[in-house]
Design a binder for this molecule. Sequence first.
Ligand SMILES: Cc1cc2nc3c(=O)[nH]c(=O)nc-3n(C[C@H](O)[C@H](O)[C@H](O)COP(=O)(O)O)c2cc1C
Length: 205
Amino acid sequence: MEFLDLVKARRSATNFQEDVSITERELRDIFEVVKNHPSSFNLQTTHYYVATSAETKAAVKEVSLQQHKTLTAAATIIVCGDKQGYKEAPRLYEGMKLLGIIDEYEYDQTIQSIFKLYDHNPTMVEEDNFRNACLSAMLFMLAAKDKGWDTCPMHVHNVDRIKDIYHIPEHHQPILMIPIGKMTTHNVRPRGYRKPVGEFVHFVD
Ligand SMILES: Cc1cc2nc3c(=O)[nH]c(=O)nc-3n(C[C@H](O)[C@H](O)[C@H](O)COP(=O)(O)O)c2cc1C
């Protein structure tokens, strides 16, 4: 799909067709695109937890303000940020050093910069995890739409219950919930009001 058509075609699904399932292969194809999202220092701190069974999705609905789409979706996904993610920097940069893309000095400098920014600074870790996750999730929703799937970004309510249901470890912080499926086509509202560019863009010089 052309980029502008794709952007316009993505809508937040009000509800999903109940009889639609999604395979792990189809999800993996979407995540292959998501891999290309930007992240601070390319640390790729975003993790996705995917539930497809009716039992799990029913449990999710119970703790998600009874929003029915969490159950009717083919998969209901939790997007998380890894509080320990920056500690993977040496491993993530090792390959570039071995390939000669960066030298030993650049490698050491980068790792030092990363630890200086994040170590003992949980606020910065959390803020960047949110930035990284939102950029990743947006790409997930566009990639899904490009492959014929609909999504809806949502808050995560009852975070502790959600962590139990998905077996999410302590250091992974839920940031967004995204059900994915085929949206129902009746009762689709026109797209919500959008501010004109002049209301949200500030040309400063
Ligand atoms: C942080 C966040 C939370 C949202 N929570 C919900 C939600 O709980 N239920 C829902 O139906 N839509 C939810 N949405 C979707 C927005 O309502 C939707 O993106 C907005 O109305 C614009 O519509 P569009 O995505 O179709 O362009 C949420 C979006 C964001 C970014």
